[in-house]
Design a protein around this ligand. Sequence first.
Ligand SMILES: [Zn+2]
Ligand SMILES: [Zn+2]
Length: 345
Amino acid sequence: MRATMIYGAGDVRLENVPDAHIKESTDAVIRITHASICGSDLWPYRGYGEYPDNGRPMGHEAIGVVEAIGTDVHHIKVGDVVAMPFAFSDGTCVHCLEGVHTSCVHGGFFGNPEVGGAQAEALRIPQADGTLVPLPGGRDKALMPSLLTLTDVMATGHHAAVTARVSPGKIVAVVGDGAVGLCGVIAARRLGAEEIIIMGRHPGRIALAKEFGATNVVSERDDAAIEHVRELTGGYGAHAVLECVGTDSSMQTALHIARPGGAIGRVGAPHGVNIPAADPTFYSNLTISGGPAPVRAYIESLIPDVMEGKIQPGRVFDRVISLNDIADGYRAMDQREAIKVMIEF
Ligand SMILES: [Zn+2]
Ligand SMILES: [Zn+2]
C-alpha cells in the first residue's frame, strides 16, 4: 500500500510500504477514504522533531471503512464507516473514564513508526472498540469534510474553548487564524460567547472567522495586539483566551490579554514556550489549562451538530487533493496558500 513518510525538513514522500494488518486481537484495519494534513504536521515539515532512518509515517486525521477486525473487537464491524481520533484509547481505563483519553494507559498517537499514519491507503487501529467512532451519516459526501474535522481540528478548537471556560456572555479571544483557531471560533460561538475576537491577519481566514461568528478582528502582533484587545474590552481583557498556535509569542500574547481571573485554553503544541510563574499568571489569578484534545470524549456530542448543519467546520478545507499530490499539499499549507488540505481517496 502507499503511505506518506517524512524524512526531514520539506522532504515528504509517498512510498510503498507493507500493507496494514491486524497485529493484536484488539486491532482493526481501516481503508482510508478521507484524510487531512494537520497544522501540527508542519512542525516536522519545518525541521522540528525526529526523523527515523526509515522515515516517519505521517497523518492522524481520517475517516475510513473497516476492512478487518481482531478477535477481541466486538463493537466495530467490517464495513462500518468510522472516524479515527488522532489518539487511540481503550475507553475503559481510569483516564478514559475521566475523559482524558489522550492519556489512556493503553493508548497512544497515530503518525509514528510504531502505529503508522493516516495519510495512507490503510491503517491499523489499536484498541479499535475504544478508538473508532461509527458515523451514522458516513456515506453522505457533503458531510464528509465537517465529519473529518471532528477527528482533530474541530474537537481541538472545542477543547480550547472548554478549557478556557467559554460560557454564555463571556468575551473570548482566539489567538491564531489557522484551522484550529477558526474551529475555536465555531466552538466559542456554540458555547454561547458574547464577543469573539479573532487574532490573525490573513484576509481569507479572517473572512471565514467572521462567518463562523467572530465579532472583532485584531491583526497586530505582540504588544500592539495586546493593546488592541485591551481597547476592545474596556481595558480589562478577555475572560477566555484560546491559544491555538503554540509559539512563545502567541503564548505571551494570550497571557497578557486574559483578564484577572480569566482562563487560557492552550491547544497549540508548545514549541519553546515559557510560562512565567509570577506575573501575570499568579498575580492575575489566571487559569492555564488545555493540552492535546481528548477527541474521543467530545466527538459524539459534536456529531449531531454537524449532521444537523448547525456547525460547518469542514469549510476550513480550502483545498482537496489526491494522495499522489501529498507533497504539494504540505507545501501549500506551509506557504499558507491553503488553510487546510483534505485528501480524498
Ligand atoms: Zn491534527
Ligand atoms: Zn484508556
